[in-house]
Design a protein around this ligand. Sequence first.
Ligand SMILES: C[S@@+](CC[C@H](N)C(=O)[O-])C[C@H]1O[C@@H](n2cnc3c(N)ncnc32)[C@H](O)[C@@H]1O
Length: 362
Amino acid sequence: MNYIGCKYKLLPFVYDCIHKITKDDKNITTFCDIFAGTGVVGSYFKQKGYKIIANDLQYYSYVLNQQYIKNHTTLLFKGLEEEIPLLRNTFFDENKTDIVCNYLNNLEGVAGFIFKNFCKGDKKDDEDYRLYFSDNNGKKCDAIRQKIEYWKNNNIITNNEYYFLLATLLENIDKVANTASVYGAFLKKLKASANKSISMTPAKVIINKQEHRVFNEDANKLIRNIETDILYLDPPYNQRQYSSNYHILETIAKYDNPTIIGKTGMRDCSNQKSMYCQKQKVKEVFSDLINNAKTKYIFLSYNNEGLMSFEEIKQIMEQRGKYGFFEKTYSRFKADKESENRHIKANQTKEYIHYLIVKNEK
Ligand SMILES: C[S@@+](CC[C@H](N)C(=O)[O-])C[C@H]1O[C@@H](n2cnc3c(N)ncnc32)[C@H](O)[C@@H]1O
């Protein structure tokens, strides 16, 4: 998923830094990704054999992490064999996720909450409407979302199967969203990718032997109740609130018929405003997190354009042990709006991994 601050491209860097510092410690089993977002960092460490704790304030992220982190065995969809007889006849268990996704792909669309609020429908061109999805994709999203909920409410699918299907829907609906990248605005006309029909490509289940834990809490609250060997921190770097930028994914994940307002159909997310996005609050919450962590090692991803300065981070972290950092120059491409041609121009940021070998463990 195209997600603000996603570490997908930086995974080898993140892993190498963490490995360099922790490789001689043979008593490390748990890795906590407390600002987990898409779950790519936790997934990477899960595949390296760690026991993962993942957490995020956003519910759509909780869904993704239930799927990528918590799910660790093959999903069999036993309860669906009557409705989808093909499930009984397939020889390979691994094919069952494809069969169920294919079945959902072929459902007849339904005019539900997403279609009614985030598609044009039968509105005239000069009327007000939101154009986040094509009519076809809005209706298909509603049909699939309602079916998944029906199966869950009637105990036809397990919790693991439920989160797998929801995560699959979230990732695939995001691919056909009519936005520039986030949900803070929609495009005036349907772009080519938004005109394509949603296709339920199954999310990959990472099979391994460990049990993992996933939470949907404020990091500063959760930190008081968990213990881990490695704590990885990837908080927001700037004022952009994830709750506003991904509000439609939250609405699809919760499917709770929220009251929505304004041009973008924003749900009330006052209880999901992150203090890590607020210049006046960020140092206080970051320091609280560091001071309350029950862990041996802390690693923080942050760049040189974030709300906290390099020095501020260093000062807060070195209070609890041996501090150091790694850095990497990162090329970011963005549209140059000043130029007449709106050409793409590269600009560079410095991506840091600050680390702390905790001396005064709690
Ligand atoms: C930079 S993103 C993490 C990206 C993630 N590492 C990835 O690769 O996808 C920051 C995440 O922190 C979450 N977040 C913000 N404030 C939080 C808080 N107080 N507690 C828990 N999660 C929070 C946001 O919802 C967002 O998903």
